[in-house]
Ligand binder design. Structure first.
Ligand code: GDP
Ligand code: MN
Length: 338
C-alpha cells in the first residue's frame, strides 16, 4: 500500500520534487501530545484528523507525554491509527509537580481567590503544573530531545483542510521559528503581574532582545503595558532549539523563580508568545492561514479562497475566528503591515 500512496501524493506547493515522494526531504520533527489516560477518546479523534489531513503522507513520529504511565488501552488505541513511529513517555517528577520552594500557603490563597472570582481553572493545581511544563520543560523530555521541530496537538482538536505541504520544511526553508493559527486576548486575572516581570527581565537582559522583534504587536506604548494578545498555544509548530536557547532559557528561569505559575495562573500561551515576540525577529513568526484548525470553541478557517477549495476544507470561512472581536488577528495584520 505504501507505493500506491506515495504515487498519488501531491508534491508540496513550490517544490521541484519530481519523484512524487513527499518525504524525500524531511525535517527533524515530531508531534508532541500531552494527555491523560482519560483523554483517550479525544486523543484518538485528533490523531485520526491529523493522519487523514496530513500525516498519512508524511509519517512524522508522535511523542505522547503524561505525568503517569500511559495504560495499555491508551497505547493500543493510538498505535492502530498510524504507521508512523509512536512513543509514550513519562514526565520526570521535577518537570511536572509544584516545586518545594513555592510557598504553598501563598499558592493556595491565590487558587482560592481565583476560584471565588470564577476564573477558568482558577482552583486547579494540575492545570498550573501543565502550564509550567508546557512553558519550560516539554522540549527537555528525553523522548523529545532528539528532535528540533515539533507540532503540538491536543486531544479533541480538528484539522479541517488537507495540508498539502510540509510546514516543518517550510519553516526551515523560510527561517521561521514559531507558527500559529489563532491569536487572542488573555484573561488579565490569570497573569496580573506577568508583564511587570517581563519588563524587569528585559531591563536585566537587554542583550537577549531581538532586533526587529514583535513587541509592537503586544504593546503600543513601547513595552510599558501589555495588550494581552498572545498566540493560542494548543496549536504550535515551532523550533525547540529556540526554547532551548540562551534567551528563552534565561527568560523561563527568571519567570519560574517569580512563582507566578503557582501564585497566579500563568499560561504557557502568553509565556511562549511573549518569549517569541521578544527574542525572535517578527519575520520569524509565521501565521499559517492554510491550516484549518479547531480547538473548542474557536476555529481558524483559511481565508484564501483557492486554499479553502483546493484543500477540501470542511470549515466555514465566514465563521473563522480571525476577525472576531476577541481575536488579535487584525492587530497582527496591522503590525505586519498587511
Ligand atoms: P485548555 O485547552 O486550556 O482548556 O486545557 P486542556 O484541558 O486542553 O489541557 C491542555 C493540554 O494539557 C491537553 O493536551 C491536555 O490533555 C493536557 N493536560 C491537562 N491537564 C493535564 C494533566 O493533569 N495531566 C496530563 N498528563 N495532561 C494534562
Ligand atoms: Mn485544550
Amino acid at each position: 500500500p505504501s507505493t500506491t500512496e506515495k504515487a498519488t501524493v501531491n508534491p508540496p506547493s513550490g517544490s521541484s520534487n519530481s519523484s512524487g515522494l513527499v518525504y524525500d526531504r524531511r525535517a527533524n520533527a515530531t508531534f508532541v501530545i500531552l494527555a491523560r489516560n482519560t483523554d483517550i477518546d479525544g486523543a484518538v479523534r485528533s490523531i485520526r484528523d491529523i493522519e487523514d489531513r496530513f500525516n498519512r503522507k508524511y509519517r512524522y513520529p508522535y511523542v505522547f507525554l503524561n505525568e503517569v504511565e500511559f495504560d495499555d488501552n491508551f497505547k493500543q488505541r493510538i498505535s492502530v491509527l498510524t504507521s508512523a513511529p509512536v512513543e509514550f513517555g513519562v514526565i520526570p517528577h521535577d518537570h511536572w509537580f509544584q516545586p518545594d520552594w513555592i510557598d504553598e500557603d501563598r499558592a493556595k490563597a491565590g487558587r482560592e481567590q481565583m476560584e471565588k472570582d470564577r476564573i477558568i481553572y482558577g482552583g486547579s493545581v494540575s492545570y498550573r503544573n501543565m502550564c509550567r511544563f508546557n512553558s519550560g520543560f516539554f522540549f527537555k523530555h528525553p523522548l523529545v530531545q532528539k528532535y528540533r521541530w515539533y507540532w503540538r496537538i491536543e486531544p479533541d482538536v480538528h484539522f479541517h483542510c488537507d495540508i498539502n505541504f510540509d510546514p516543518f520544511v517550510f519553516m526551515e526553508d523560510n527561517n521561521k521559528r514559531y507558527a500559529f493559527t489563532i491569536t487572542m486576548y488573555e484573561y488579565h486575572a490569570t497573569i496580573p503581574t506577568l508583564w511587570s516581570h517581563v519588563k524587569a527581565f528585559t531591563k536585566l537582559h537587554p542583550e537577549h532582545i531581538a532586533q526587529d522583534n514583535a513587541l509592537g504587536f503586544m504593546s503600543t506604548d513601547g513595552g510599558d503595558s501589555y495588550n494581552l494578545c498572545h498566540f493560542w498555544s494548543n496549536f504550535e509548530i515551532a523550533d525547540m532549539d529556540f526554547w532551548r536557547g540562551p534567551a528563552y532559557q534565561a527568560f523561563f528561569e527568571y519567570l519560574d523563580k517569580q512563582g507566578g505559575f503557582y501564585y497566579e495562573r500563568w499560561g504557557d500561551a502568553p509565556v511562549h508568545s511573549i518569549g517569541a515576540a521578544l527574542f525572535l525577529s517578527k519575520n520569524q513568526i509565521q501565521f499559517f492561514d492554510e491550516i484549518g484548525y479547531e480547538h473548542n470553541p474557536y476555529t481558524h478557517c483559511p481565508q484564501n479562497k483557492d486554499t479553502w477549495k483546493n484543500s477540501r476544507c470542511s470549515c466555514d470561512p465566514k465563521r473563522s475566528f480571525d476577525y472576531d472581536g476577541y481575536s488579535c488577528m487584525s492587530k497582527w495584520d496591522k503590525f505586519m503591515g498587511k
